[in-house]
Write a protein that binds this ligand. Structure first.
Ligand code: ADP
Ligand code: MG
Length: 680
């Protein structure tokens, strides 16, 4: 058996279980032993029966003192009952629907039992415990036992046994990806000890040390991958865009750029004149004016005789940007075309032809820009908007179209600054931390259900004044059990349309609609035809509806703080005073404290930091959202300090060995992680 062999060759696995394990992303022995426990049960302490309290989970060593009796209560329900005793006391044990237990236990035999006890006065009982003969104790009782994430048909025991088998046969093959110096500097266990320690720790401290080491390694490999990607791009020659007088551009804008916008533009222009290809992320809150940064870059590129491409995640956003850029740039002599799938074949052909002939300078569009046959002979700049919607792979797909154009990506995903710098480790980052002047704060209220009648009056007042309103709900369909009392989008829509606001024009938008339907509804809202839009979170972040002045969020406790902040960014984009109303819902996810943070704070970065602090490890964000490879063990939010250390170590190593020639195992891993990310 070797490390990268298929798991189905392990004893006790076989074809059928191997297929089930695939659901846990386990294919090879290596995957299997890299499937780390999600928790541990401490069964190492043997307790006296007499001292166990109601509700305690504990491990005891006891004698079976009565013959196990199997009784069939009714079809589908059998009980096996007997008593156990140790020096201190006794307890009754019951197994439900496990008739075979009867034959595995003998009166007078000594066993270890582990499970949750119930106590009523002096009566102690135990249901469905894990047990084993005292003779073979140490497999599942009398020690610290790992707890793995499961899938149907695969039990803890199967995982424990096969992981042990994998470790027994392949441990020696594991290679340390961390350089020796790093291991020494941080006093980490070596890789083999770490694998043993995480699956079979002799105490919790060992499990923790093993976990730390593996987290460190995972983040180190990620940092190496991002670092070498950045290195590679650093050395790619880029079209030289001569420095232009920025005033020639800004002088024609209806407003002055903010300090932060100017800084981002200068950084980008300086990248593009350097002779090397630019790779820059512009990160800024919703409404911070990222589009203008892109426009300035596009202007500089096109006036030097090159072409630019601007890719948006949806047709609607593409349309919006096409209008913005046409209005702004056409008067400066820049010819703009739109390219999206839903255009007629002829319109598409025209656009493609103009690009190929160099008769168009800027193409604004969707994924359609990446289609085969779309050529940009003079492409020098590729911009991607709302980059978090695209994976790391797609990040460079536009670049692959031609000879390494400059790359500018824009994202409003508010993530803590510290994290952004690392997450986007392969990009240079400009942060726009300032909103255009005169932007009014969106007044935000977290309200109880009792406020609903007043909020409905408020909605009516705004609509009468000519404003538009968003109502966002967490789910589409009513949840089956009804216990959460979630107000689903379709339910809210029906109620508002028929009972509350029959006199207004309402629209419904949810994720199960076809793209074309969604876009039709969204553009009806953009044009003002729909006055109240009820939707799930599919409502577009970044769509400019300056007339929208109120965002109502149902069951706000169901959303992440940053997500709520992004939703709120859909209003307050015009000259109208705007509001955001958060219905608190009935408990659940977000605590009152969290909603308060949103009421008080309007800076997306600070909100994201608060979100990170309050939510802690876990679901702060899925790595998938950022197009990064899935992390097995590290949690980016929780491991921030380790992340910094790992990054410093990676930088140190890459400085000494940029190609990782002296670290072949690491180099192979680094190469594989992005292949996997792109496949996923
Ligand atoms: P986002 O960063 O969310 O993409 P946009 O680029 O769409 O933000 O800008 C939001 C709005 O702010 C647009 O209507 C835009 O015209 C306006 N805007 C951008 N920059 C400025 C500025 N410096 N002064 C005033 N308004 C601005
Ligand atoms: Mg935008």
């Amino acid at each position: 058996m070797q490390l990268y062999d298929d798991v189905r060759y392990l004893k006790g696995i076989g074809e059928a279980r191997a297929r089930l394990l695939e659901k846990l992303d386990i294919r090879t022995v290596y995957d299997l032993i890299s499937f780390f426990p999600r928790a541990y049960e401490d069964r190492s302490v043997i307790r006296d029966l007499s001292e166990i309290a109601e509700g305690e989970t504990a491990c005891v060593r006891a004698l079976v003192v009565t013959t196990p009796v199997l009784s069939r209560i009714r079809k589908g329900l059998s009980l096996t009952r007997f008593r156990i005793a140790d020096d201190s006391g006794s307890a009754e044990v019951t197994f439900f629907n496990q008739p075979y237990v009867k034959n595995r236990l003998k009166v007078g035999g000594r066993y270890s039992f582990y499970g949750r006890f119930q106590r009523f006065g002096s009566k102690l009982s135990l249901q469905n415990p894990t047990f084993e003969s005292s003779l073979e104790e140490g497999k599942t009782t009398g020690r610290i036992v790992p707890v793995y994430r499961l899938t149907a048909g695969i039990s803890q025991n199967v995982l424990i046994k096969s992981i042990r088998q994998g470790l027994d046969t392949c441990l020696e093959e594991l290679q340390d990806l961390l350089p020796k110096e790093t291991i020494q500097r941080y006093g980490l266990p070596d890789i083999r000890r770490a694998y043993l320690g995480i699956h079979m720790p002799s105490d919790m401290a060992e499990a923790m040390r093993a976990r730390e080491r593996l987290v460190f390694e995972e983040l180190f490999v990620l940092a190496c991958a991002l670092g070498s990607m950045k290195n590679q791009r650093k050395n790619v020659a880029g079209h030289v865009i001569p420095a232009s007088r920025l005033e020639d551009f800004t002088g024609r804008l209806p407003f002055a750029l903010t300090g932060a916008q100017t800084r981002a533009v200068r950084e980008s222009l300086s990248d593009m004149s350097s002779g090397r290809a630019m790779n820059r992320l512009v990160q800024g809150d919703v409404g911070s004016g990222k589009t203008m940064v892109a426009a300035a870059c596009i202007w500089a590129v096109c006036r030097s005789g090159f072409q630019a491409a601007f890719m948006a995640p949806t047709e609607l956003l593409a349309d919006q940007h096409f209008r913005t850029f046409s209005n702004l740039l056409e008067p400066m002599g820049i010819r703009v075309v739109l390219l999206k799938s839903s255009m007629t074949a002829k319109a598409k052909r025209d656009a493609v032809e103009r690009l190929a002939l160099g008769e168009a300078d800027l193409a604004v569009g969707t994924h359609a820009l990446l289609s085969e046959g779309v050529e940009f002979p003079l492409l020098a700049l590729a911009v991607t908007d709302e980059q978090h919607r695209f994976g790391v792979g797609q990040r460079s797909a536009l670049a692959a179209k031609t000879n390494s154009p400059h790359i500018l990506v824009m994202s409003a995903t508010p993530i803590p600054r510290t994290l952004a710098l690392i997450l986007y480790g392969d990009l240079d980052v400009s942060i726009i931390d300032e909103l255009p002047p005169g932007r009014q704060k969106v007044d935000t209220y977290a309200v109880e259900e009792s406020m609903r009648p007043r909020i409905q009056k408020f909605i009516a007042r705004l609509v009468e004044e000519g404003r538009q309103v968003y109502v966002v709900c967490p789910m589409i369909e009513e949840d089956e059990e009804g216990i959460m009392d979630l107000r689903s989008a379709s339910e809210v829509y029906e109620q508002l349309r028929t009972e509350v606001f029959p006199q207004y024009r309402l629209g419904l938008l949810h994720g199960k609609m076809k793209t074309a339907e969604k876009e039709a509804v969204m553009s009806a809202f953009v044009s003002g035809e729909i006055q109240i839009l009820v939707s799930t979170t599919v409502v577009e972040v970044g769509v400019d509806v300056p007339n929208a002045a109120l965002m109502v969020v149902e069951n706000a406790d169901r959303f992440g703080l940053s997500q709520l902040h992004q939703l709120r960014g859909s209003v307050g984009r015009g000259q109208h005073k705007s509001y955001c109303v958060l219905f608190k819902g009935k408990g659940g996810g977000v605590s009152a404290e969290r909603l308060d943070a949103l009421v008080k704070e309007s800076d997306g970065f600070r909100i994201s930091e608060e979100d990170l602090r309050l939510r802690g490890p876990g679901d702060f964000f899925g790595s998938r959202q950022h197009g990064l490879p899935t992390l097995h063990i590290a949690d980016l939010a929780a491991s921030l300090d380790v992340l910094k250390e790992a990054q410093a170590e990676a930088a140190r190593l890459l400085a000494a060995d940029p190609q990782l020639k002296k670290h072949p195992a690491l180099q192979r891993r680094v190469e594989s992680i992005f292949q996997n990310a792109e496949a996923g």
